[in-house]
Design a binder for this molecule. Sequence first.
Ligand code: FPP
Length: 278
Amino acid sequence: MKTIRDNLVTKFEHLLVVKRKTMDDRQSPATRLAGDAPVGNGLLPRHVVIAMDGNGRWAQRRNQIRTAGHRAGAGVARDIILAARQIGIEVLTLYAFSMENWGRDPREVSIILEELLPKALSDHANEFNQLGIRIEILGEKKMLSERTQHVIEEVMSATRENTGLIVNVAVSYSGRLEILNAVRRVIGALEQEQIALTDLDEALFARFLDSGHLPFPDLYIRCGGVNRISNFMLWQMAYTEIVPLDILWPDFRPEHLYHAIRTYQRQPRKFGLVPDHP
Ligand code: FPP
């Protein structure tokens, strides 16, 4: 039987950007095994995040301009997406461009957002579609140019019905802003009496996030040799396992993904509890 809260959730569900079944137990580990994949036989992370960091340094080490690193980095994404799909990851988030990145040289910003991102999306749209991969974009899309928004819309709508791997590309993204936007939606829902203040708890709040339909990240692969969160999914990453890798993104290969997953599989997830306590 539906509870009052379920009814309330149904009432405001239309506010969420993507209308798909929300997952209640967002931080539970996956139950599927990796099979014969090149990762361990332990539980797979359902949602893997990778920060595509280190493009600039990769280029500088080769005496090339920074955008050469972004170009090389854009070429790496496809192989990692296919590897994630092959081992059965449910959601792969690629953190491509933060809100703070807007402060970079406009020429660098333009090459990333006007050239490389739309090209990477449109070049592989058909292939991803055939493989059942769904492309989503998380972030302030309205800050992007009309042309880039158009490419994004086309790829998202072409892959919307796909039920395989979700590739969630974070662009013009800020974790703090995602929380603030959720607060604004909550206030709207309260004002319109779609929810009551007494119903508001952590689970309900999380549904108002732009990424509220996704499971929380289980594994955050921080490549580029830094250990920062960098304003990413601040609400959702409360219990995410972070695996920093001293690999610059253009050098990132499927083996690094498998290695990070094996590291994840060795770390017992406690969620603040004491293991084996009844
Ligand atoms: C971070 O490296 C990378 C970026 C800010 C841009 C990444 C985006 C792309 C490669 C565009 C294509 C996107 C997809 C999803 C295919 P950095 O410049 O901060 O490196 P640094 O730390 O060495 O300076």
